[in-house]
Design a protein around this ligand. Structure first.
Ligand SMILES: Nc1ncnc2c1ncn2[C@@H]1O[C@H](COP(=O)(O)OP(=O)(O)OP(=O)(O)O)[C@@H](O)[C@H]1O
Ligand SMILES: [Mg+2]
Length: 451
């Protein structure tokens, strides 16, 4: 069985090991025996143990050495010292090295098994905790969504990640640009080195240069000490220039030079510094327009935009909404029982336009989960500030006649208003009577008795 506890007894007294093995096997453990310290180390080298019961006084290699070896090589295995020489100093020493407990012989099996169970419980907690932390770290940058639009973005990002090419990520606010930047870094050979994000929009024009490239002591009035720039900190890793469309025109030539040569000078400095950082940048501005308007240097854009990744807005990939909702519900509520979303509430979310994209969805869900009193999130708890989905009129096929279009529109408005005719007539800007006539004229199916 995979989850049988694997135990090792290291002791040179055969009568102790034989009895203990028997007792542990009766408890359901799988037990190996090592007759001295050297044999113990051999065993530990060859197999993973959940539990090690260790004698201290043994010929050749003593228990203390075995304990050190075990803690270095199998830090997750729990060691209980079982010794005939129980002085306090030794006990303290072994616990310091990492033994879980210190028990003197002759042992009482009932007491021993309590200690063993505690040790195993502790081990389980440590491992659960580590697993949870790993999952959390993973989930922080997890990209959720199965839409084709998102998948092709992820595909491009993964393809370009291992290269050194500069990547420009565009897309509306809150659509996941920073997440894609992380994805590129994590999948590059630079992943063990820093990912340094600079938000070019939030740093005043006068400070951006010294933020990026650092400054020497006394370079300007407030420069009381030497400061490393973010570019230097990103050495070996990725420098993420967020909102790069907002970077001051005055700093653009310096940035361009840095990207082209990998060199820069600190503000007030004379020494040429050189740094190897991969440049990933993002903007939600129409950067081509910024170039046309003379606000952004074309040569800089050219360098930033070796590969272009365009992140689609959420309303271009509505099919991702249910998965994202699920993701935010479970992620935000790790400690409590995750709430469910009702069908009606989900429908509302599917029909909304999401001007703030995924960040807005995340906030809406977080808020709803806090406010919802029961286990289920109903439409009452969904607060949407913008407008509901408005059809993209350019997409209506031109072969439709006006009458066909009218029929489809009436059907849609009826559906959107839950077939409430009074509300639908109001939304369509016609009288209730006209609506009745049109429903009849176009033979539109409506559930009976609504409004
Ligand atoms: N596909 C996704 N799956 C899960 N979470 C996502 C996804 N896309 C975005 N998010 C989350 O939405 C939030 C906004 O994403 P991010 O900060 O990457 O957007 P952005 O495009 O950089 O926005 P802005 O233009 O405002 O800087 C973050 O909390 C991010 O984790
Ligand atoms: Mg961002």
């Amino acid at each position: 069985m995979a989850d049988t506890i694997q135990a090792l007894i290291v002791d040179d007294e055969k009568n102790v090991t034989d009895l203990l093995k028997l007792q542990l096997e009766e408890t359901g453990f799988a037990v190996d025996i090592a007759g001295d310290g050297a044999a113990g180390i051999n065993k530990i080298q060859g197999k993973r143990y959940d539990l090690i019961l260790l004698d201290l006084k043994m010929p050749r290699i003593n228990g203390l050495e075995v304990l050190k070896f075990a803690k270095e090589n199998q830090p997750d295995s729990q060691v209980i010292i079982l010794t005939g020489y129980g002085d306090i100093k030794t006990a303290v020493d072994t616990i310091k090295i990492g033994a879980f407990d210190f028990i003197t012989k002759p042992y009482n099996f009932d007491e021993l098994i309590v200690s063993i169970n505690n040790a195993l419980e502790m081990r389980r907690l440590i491992m659960d905790n580590r697993f949870m932390k790993m999952q959390l770290a993973d989930r922080k940058y997890e990209i959720v969504g199965h839409s084709g639009a998102l998948q092709s973005v992820v595909d491009i990002a993964l393809k370009v990640a291992p290269s050194e090419a500069s990547v420009l990520i565009t897309g509306p606010s809150g659509s996941g640009k920073e997440l894609i930047a992380h994805l590129i870094h994590e999948n590059s050979e630079r992943s063990k080195k820093p990912f340094v994000a600079v938000n070019c929009a939030s740093i005043p024009d006068t400070l951006i240069e010294s933020e990026l490239f650092g400054h020497e002591k006394g370079a300007f009035t407030d420069a009381h000490s030497l400061k490393q720039g973010l570019a230097e900190i990103a050495d070996g890793g990725t420098l993420f220039l967020d909102e790069v469309g907002d970077i001051s025109y005055l700093v653009q030539p310096k940035l361009l030079r840095f990207i082209e040569t990998g060199t820069f000078r600190r503000v007030g400095g004379t020494v040429e510094m050189s740094v190897n950082a991969r440049i990933v940048s993002a903007t939600n501005k129409d950067i081509d327009r910024e170039v046309e308007e003379g606000k952004f240097r074309e040569d800089l854009l050219y360098r930033l935009n070796v590969v272009h990744v365009e992140v689609p807005s959420l309303h271009q990939r509505r099919e991702d909404i249910p998965l994202l909702v699920e993701h935010f519900l479970t992620r935000k509520q790790r400690t409590r029982r995750a709430k469910r979303i009702s069908q009606e509430a989900l429908k509302l979310l599917m029909e909304y336009d999401w001007p703030g994209n995924i960040r807005e969805l995340e906030n809406v869900i977080e808020r709803a989960a806090i406010l919802a009193t029961g286990d289920e999130i109903t439409p009452d708890f969904i607060a949407l500030t913008g407008k509901s989905r408005s059809p993209d009129l350019r997409r209506i096929p031109t072969r439709l006649s006006l009458a066909e279009l009218e029929k489809i529109h009436i059907e849609n408005v009826l559906k959107a208003n839950g077939f409430n005719r009074t509300k639908s007539a109001k939304a369509l800007g016609i009288s209730l009577k006209t609506l009745y006539l049109k429903i009849k004229h176009y033979s539109i199916d409506t559930p009976i008795g609504k409004g």
